[in-house]
Design a protein around this ligand. Structure first.
Ligand SMILES: [Zn+2]
Length: 111
């Protein structure tokens, strides 16, 4: 699993009903989906599908076309991932009521 990225884009904020979404990339070869009958997706932007649980509504992961990894939504995990926080992205779209209170690098867009 890759490093933790906190995404503040408007789409993530609204999809998760939260200030931001904490995510990590997982190679397709390292990801095995069990219980896929519970998942549906919507395409939030061209070529990007966001998968969510049809039972509880939780976002589980996202997948972009032509990539070799998924974007795992870390808030859905039962256990804490053994990785570390790397950065904040899409800070240009950050919720005005939220203040970032750590020393991680901040990027206006996806960097
Ligand atoms: Zn985002």
């Amino acid at each position: 699993m890759g490093d933790i990225v906190h995404c503040h884009c408007q789409t993530c904020r609204k999809a998760h009903a939260a200030a931001f979404s904490s995510v990590a990339a997982v190679n397709d070869t390292d990801f095995r989906l069990l219980g896929s009958e519970w998942l549906k997706y919507y395409q939030s932007s061209p070529g990007k599908r966001r998968y969510f649980c049809t039972n509880c509504g939780s976002q589980i992961y996202a997948k972009r076309d032509n990539t070799a990894h998924i974007i795992l939504r870390l808030g859905c995990l039962n256990d804490t991932a053994a990785t570390h926080e790397l950065k904040h992205i899409w800070v240009s779209q950050k919720a005005g009521w939220y203040s970032i209170n750590n020393n991680l690098p901040e990027y206006a867009r996806f960097d």
